[in-house]
Write a protein that binds this ligand. Sequence first.
Ligand SMILES: [Fe+2]
Ligand SMILES: [Fe+2]
Length: 284
Amino acid sequence: MKHLADNAPLKQLDEWDDFVATRYRQGKSEEEFRNYKAEANPTVTEFYRQNHARQTFDFVLQKKAEYCSLSRGKKSIWEMAAYLNTLVDDSDPDTDLTQIEHLLQTAEAIRKDGHPRWFILTGFLHDLGKVLCLYGEPQWAVVGDTFPVGCEYSDQVVFPEFFAANPDSKIPAYQTEYGIYEPDCGLDKVHLSFGHDEYIYQATRRYMPEEAQYMLRYHSFYAAHRHGAYHHLMNEHDERMFDWVRKFNAYDLYSKGRERPNIQEILPFYEELVSEFFQDKIDW
Ligand SMILES: [Fe+2]
Ligand SMILES: [Fe+2]
């Protein structure tokens, strides 16, 4: 991937995913968790510095206008997965999973626990939105913990001190508890920082059940699903649906490190699964 170094502090996108998994390592005490900064390497820290400074309310609206109309052409899920797999960054081919392997590993972990077919498929789809990087979007607009824009930043978002450099922090209307939103308005009315979650949600929402839509759209919203922040913007329906987001998150975080999936062996199952929900090419 050729990027301006300034816009690509991570050697590979997965560095962010790995950092998140470390933060929530199973069995970690709350005190250990609060030490996450010691574990963030300089590239991850620089990545968050850019993400928090540049994801403004206006930026989010602009990216939503650009991508949520799904006007970049039609592709099948498999064509998109193959396209995402061309993202190689500086990863080590011997040890690092390819993007498709991460998707299949997540899906397989869900399958082994006997969950419904739509849940397995959600595991397979969940990071396809990272193709934003191949469209030329900078890392800070593709990955990272998501957070609402247009209202006060929660200190439950990692590296909250980096928000001081965001131009929105100087706009008083965006810095009250509710900002531009109404109490308990529901997350559908709230704009989150832009990234791969929103894009895959928009592309697949017409084909997937609502529980899956929540999993896809909010899987990086750690401040809410792990730390209970932003409840004042959620309605009761969101609260119920977030049980599914949390259920999904365990598989996203902890499926890595399991054995490499035998793609040839499991491919027929996934071909049938994908065609059950997506008969044709879809808009991206
Ligand atoms: Fe993701
Ligand atoms: Fe993931």
